[in-house]
Design a binder for this molecule. Structure first.
Ligand code: FES
Length: 228
């Protein structure tokens, strides 16, 4: 017996095969139950198919959703005061957390002293997604996720750097690796200044910044150690 064929009692069987109004009523009820089951199965199939298509579209085009993975305006330029690395203070100078974009916005003063010079400096700034502003200051947007095993990395005012609470990976103000088990420097997003707005494309992540060496390190390590 199929799933859509409801069982009948021996008495109903007798009536059905005898014909008449009562038989017609039993047959009608069996038919409506069959239609109901069929419609329910079609509805369940339709909902499953719609969910699968929506999930696939989200994976393929995350920036349609307006959340993480999309282009986000995270504030006005005036909200992000620039500072020299030695003067950074979370949310007050140089370093600003924007959870909606899962990012830190770093704004380095135009007088920031870099370890490299000339063409080498320009090439490294570009490969680490720095954006130079018209006033000479520099912007970067760092992904908040530790590249070791994915913990959110806090910025520590007391040691002017990012220190992961999980296994101790340590990164300077530009996200460059300092020590710990992390396999590379912090990842960073493509960002831009559009008029008065600071804009981060959280769909474009640069995860290729290696451990720095003498030919690639942009900023000197902080002079204060991170204590527990
Ligand atoms: S997750 Fe950050 S050091 Fe392991």
């Amino acid at each position: 017996m199929g799933i859509d064929t409801p069982p009948i009692t021996p008495q109903q069987y007798e009536v059905l095969h005898g014909g008449g109004a009562e038989a017609a009523e039993i047959a009608r009820q069996r038919l409506s139950r069959r239609s109901f089951l069929r419609r329910s199965m079609l509805a369940v199939w339709g909902i499953s198919a719609t969910s699968a298509v929506a999930g696939a579209l989200y994976m393929l085009y995350p920036n349609l959703s307006g959340g993480f993975g999309s282009v986000q305006t995270v504030g006005k330029v005036s909200e992000f005061k620039a500072a020299k690395p030695a003067d950074f203070k979370l949310e007050l100078a140089g370093v600003y957390h924007r959870p909606v974009a899962r990012a830190y916005v770093m704004h380095l003063d135009a007088s920031t002293k870099f370890e490299l010079q000339g063409a080498l400096l320009q090439s490294q700034l570009s490969s680490e997604n720095f954006v130079k502003d018209k006033d000479g200051s520099y912007w970067i947007s760092l992904y908040q996720k530790c590249v070791h095993l994915g913990c959110t990395v806090p910025f520590r005012d007391n040691c002017l750097s990012f220190k992961c609470p999980c296994h101790g990976s340590h990164y300077n103000v530009t996200g460059e690796y300092l020590d710990g088990p992390a396999p590379r420097s912090l990842d960073r997003f493509q960002m831009s200044i559009q008029g008065d707005n600071v804009v981060i494309n959280t769909g474009l992540i640069n995860n290729t910044v290696a451990h720095p060496d003498a030919t690639t390190q942009l900023i000197a390590a902080p002079s204060v150690a991170c204590t527990a």
